[in-house]
Design a protein around this ligand. Structure first.
Ligand code: NAD
Length: 292
């Protein structure tokens, strides 16, 4: 078994971005700028946004964190997004999900200028992804692709099973793995909560991407020996022995599954850091596109 170390691979990408940003600044060009919006006081969301902002700083990307109370009316958020869309200083905009009840996720996603949509959630970018055209790819699936590339993992002709069909992880992941090209060319099965005989599908897979949000769901008896396992899940599970009172669990029962795999991502330290690296890559890309 070999580890797909997202911390290491993500750091390598972030180092490369830092060099590119430094080069831009030395040439007198604009510093990339990410505006991140956080609403409310969800501990996990605050941690994710904090990590993204910190990673920007380390890479030389300017970041602005806009934090609002959880009762923020939808129209105020949409106005804020509109002003960020019109702000030529801002290259990328992200709104941390989930949103409070009074705000429609779709309205927010649709409001972001596709050219600044560094999370890749806007229908324009999702349409471009479907057609294999350049656009912003959602950061988590993009991070997984970068991780597979970084480790030279062969995917062509393999049977891939993606568990979870969300617009931000599972579905775009299934599209990327089925596309022609490096880290694609798989035969993909997209499984979800209504899939029958899920374990049988997983057992056939050379590549398993688990993105269902059910801690330790994928067990050793579902895994074909030698398979590649990508664990996207992050769930906070109560653990009074930890200082924080919780621990992070993936969707894969790592201790029993890992010995069977050829490659596997750990949780934490796998897909999470790659998501951040991919977000920075998209932000740099958004800035570079303005040079053209
Ligand atoms: P989601 O809740 O939007 O989607 C979950 C999907 O899993 C749904 O399509 C559902 O049909 C499917 N599903 C649920 N239970 C199932 C079951 N028992 N069998 C088969 N399918 C089932 O979640 P999401 O936003 O796609 O995120 C999935 C997981 O990935 C969560 O744990 C989330 O925290 C994590 N996540 C991690 C990162 C990262 O950076 N590592 C980024 C995004 C999401």
């Amino acid at each position: 078994m070999q580890l797909l170390d997202g911390k290491k691979a993500g750091q390598a990408i972030r180092d490369e971005i830092r060099l590119q940003v430094a080069q831009r600044l030395a040439e007198g060009k604009k510093q990339p700028h990410l505006a991140a919006i956080l609403i409310g006081h969800n501990g996990a969301s605050a941690t994710y946004v904090g990590a993204k902002v910190k990673a920007c700083e380390e890479a030389g990307i300017h970041s602005t964190l806009l934090h609002y109370e959880s009762d923020l009316p939808e129209h105020e958020l949409l106005e804020k997004i509109e002003s960020l869309n019109n702000d030529t200083e801002v290259d990328g905009i992200l709104v941390q999900l989930p949103l409070p009840k009074q705000i429609r996720e779709t309205a927010v996603i649709h409001a972001i200028d596709p050219k600044k949509d560094v999370d890749g959630f806007h229908p324009v970018n999702q349409g471009l992804l479907m057609q294999g055209q350049p656009g912003f790819i959602p950061a988590t699936p993009y991070g997984i692709i970068l991780l597979l590339k970084q480790y030279g993992v062969e995917t062509a002709g393999k049977e891939a099973v993606v568990i979870g069909r969300s617009n931000i992880v599972g579905r775009p992941m299934s599209v990327l793995l089925s596309q022609p090209g490096e880290t694609g060319n798989c035969t993909v099965t997209l499984c979800h909560s209504k899939t029958k005989n899920l374990a049988e599908h997983i057992r056939r897979a050379d590549i398993v991407v688990a993105a269902l949000g059910q801690p330790e769901f994928v067990k050793a008896d579902m895994i074909k020996p030698g398979s590649i396992v990508i664990d996207v899940g992050i769930t906070r599970v109560e653990n009074p022995s930890k200082k924080s009172g919780f621990e992070l669990k993936g969707d894969v029962d790592f201790s029993s599954v890992a010995p069977l795999c050829s490659w596997i991502t750990p949780v934490p330290g796998g897909v999470g850091p790659m998501t951040i690296a991919a977000l920075l890559q998209n932000t740099l890309q958004a800035c570079l596109q303005k040079d053209l």
